[in-house]
Every structure is written in C-alpha cells, then in structure tokens.
Design a protein around this ligand. Structure first.
Ligand code: SAH
Length: 348
C-alpha cells in the first residue's frame, strides 16, 4: 500500500500502519503508544508491543511531523491559542474549554487560498497545504492542555485555511482522528467548515461522515459576492442545492450553517427572513457569529441586542439557532482572527 509523500507517522491510517508493520496487532500497539498523550518529542528505538525489526523499518521510513509550540497565549476565559512552527511555515491552533468538554480548532493550511473580506487569515496570502500528519500533530499538542474535567472530545476545522481546498489531507486527518483504539473521536464530533467550495462539499458529503458547516454569511449573492469573492463561481443556490441533495439521500445528517453578523450589512430583519426562507426544509442548525474585529476593516459586529433579535426572528421560523459569542477575543484567538499576530517573524 503506497503512502503518499511526504507523509509523517501521525498521518498514517491504521491500515497503512498494519501494512508497514506487518501485523494488525503491532499497528494497534503502535497507535496506542503514539496517541497516548502529547506529540512524542522523538521516536524511541523500541515501543511496547511492536517487534524491534518491524519498528526499525517504520522508524527509518517515517518521521514524526516537525511541530513545535513557539508561543502560547491564554485568554481570561481559558481559551489557549498556540502558535505552532511546522516545517518552514507556522500556523495557529486553539483549545477552547467549556463545561465538561473542550473543542480544538485546527488549521488546514498555512494562510488561505480564499479571499474573504472579513477574515484576518486571508491577509496572509497562501503559504502551503498542511499534511494530515501536521493536522493531527496540532490536535495532540492542544489536547495535552485540556483541563482534566473538560477533555478534548470535539474538533472544528475552523482555524487557518479552507479545508476543502486541501481535502485529501483533511479527509486523511479525519480518518486518523476517528480511528480505534486511539485517538477515537466520534465522527459527528468533528466539524469541517467551508467557505463554500462546491466540488469539495459534494465529495466531502459522499466520503466522510464528519459534520459539515457552511459559512454562508449572507442572504443574497450580491452581498456574498462582496464578502466572499468565490461566491461568483459557486453562488448561494448551488451550495444550498448540494446540501439539499445530500439531505434527500441521508435525512438523518444535520448540517451547520455559520452566519457571521456584520452591522448594517447582513443583520436586518429582512436578512433573517431571507435566511429562514433559504434554509426551508433543510436539516440545518444556524450558528450566528458576531464579527470579530480584524485589521483595518470597517466591518463591525452588531450590538448584542441586534444579534439576539436576529436569533429570535430566525427561531420564530422554527429554526434551531445559537449565538457563538467570541472566545479568546483579547488574545486574537476568535473566529477569523488567526493571523500570526503575535510573531510576525515566523510568518515564513
Ligand atoms: N475557511 C473555512 C474555515 C475557517 S473560518 C470557512 O470559511 O468556513 C471559520 C469560521 O470563522 C467561518 O464560519 C468564517 O465565516 C468565520 N469568520 C471568519 N472571519 C471572521 C471574523 N472576523 N469574525 C467572525 N467570524 C469570522
């Protein structure tokens, strides 16, 4: 079984490890060792339960991903933002503890391939795709700091990058994160968020049982074209059409619609009504995200009362709708704020 290069140990699936180590029993032992705690600093000569010669072969062929924490910022609300140096690039990942469980926000690219007007990551340009091994490494680094009463059970691909523009590696990372006996996350506990890359959405829905979140952020194509330029290629109707088509085939799967609220742009009663109409009949929950400030943009979050009024109006149409109040905003760890603000010198 050929493993795509340059893949690292944390990017290998259990099947690939079985192939590489010559037995499933050894692969299970290797996975238990590899995902027992934080990302190991190096590969030892022996690991428990794996024959020395088999392990030596894997050790010669696959390295651990190069991932080291350059900076760690802790917010008053407990959110921790990690600046992680990878091979030649840096990314940010966030640990978000809440009652009883923590969520880890992962990056899928260094920089981003899209140009959303409201997102700080877009200002960085695109550096490179992350490998699955690097994505899983971010998870291990952040998971090690989850409070003992709030273990990291949830993952969102809402950090830097457009996950569906790096779909092979994201699907591989999801496969690794959900594999038994470790790290063993539930597929529904993983949410991949997209700015609306239609072909990637269709493939993701076919191939993965993880959750999909569509960052809709507007109720007319005119609004959305201005906020997210790739909407011209894949307009609102085509994106919701893909979700509808999938819902017809698998009615039990619930999708998430992310809707960033911008003061005076997309937060009117008419927008709430249009949003309700657009989602009619679709099994989807709406998450409202008040815009987090970034850079010199003139976009602002609406006042809290407007956010709540928008939520109420949408709920009035029977739509499940939650507000994601910002977490870690003062350390620039909230949605759309990941832009290596702390250490400009590690942008390369
Ligand atoms: N590229 C993917 C994932 C990264 S962005 C996507 O677009 O979905 C994760 C979420 O943060 C998206 O819902 C996006 O709309 C939102 N977001 C981006 N910039 C933001 C900002 N400045 N304030 C609030 N939310 C923002």
């Amino acid at each position: 079984m050929a493993v795509p290069t340059p893949q690292t140990l944390t990017g290998l699936t259990l099947e690939e490890l079985t192939d590489q180590l010559g037995s499933r029993t050894r692969a299970l032992a290797a996975v238990r060792w590899l995902y027992a705690g934080a990302l190991p600093p190096e590969l030892p000569e022996r690991i428990p339960g794996v024959a020395a010669n088999a392990w030596a072969g894997v050790r010669a062929r696959f390295a651990l991903p190069r991932a080291s924490v350059r900076e760690r910022r802790v917010s008053v609300d407990g959110t921790i933002k990690f600046l992680i140096a990878l091979d030649g690039v840096a990314v940010e990942s966030v640990l978000i503890p809440s009652r009883g469980r923590s969520t880890i926000c992962l990056s899928s690219q260094s920089g981003c391939t899209r140009h959303c007007a409201f997102c700080a990551t877009a200002t960085l340009g695109f550096k490179r795709q992350l490998t699955a091994g690097e994505i899983v490494a971010q998870f291990l680094i952040a998971r090690a700091e989850a409070p003992s009463d709030a273990p990291a059970t949830n993952v969102v691909f809402m950090g830097m990058g457009e996950p569906l523009d790096n779909l092979d590696e994201v699907l591989r990372a999801v496969r690794v994160l959900t594999q038994s006996p470790a790290p063993q996350l539930g597929a529904e506990q993983i949410t991949v968020s997209t700015s609306g890359v239609l072909p990637g959405m269709q493939r993701f829905l076919r191939e993965s049982s993880a959750s999909l979140a569509l960052s809709l952020n507007a109720t007319t194509d005119e609004q959305r074209d201005a906020l997210m330029p790739h909407n011209r290629k894949w307009p609102i109707a085509s994106l919701l059409g893909a979700l509808r088509e999938h819902a017809a085939a698998d009615p039990s799967r619930v999708h998430f619609i992310e809707y960033v609220l911008f003061d005076g742009v997309n937060d009117s009663d008419a927008d709430a009504e249009r949003l309700a109409a657009l989602l009619e009949g679709l099994p989807a929950r709406v998450n409202l995200i008040p815009h987090n400030p970034m850079g010199s943009s003139s976009l602002r979050a609406p006042a809290a009362e407007r956010v709540l009024a928008f939520q109420k109006r949408l709920r009035g149409f029977g739509r499940l709708c939650f507000v994601r109040w910002p977490r870690g905003q003062e350390i620039a760890a909230a949605c759309g704020q990941l832009a290596l603000t702390a250490r400009p010198e590690v942008r390369e």
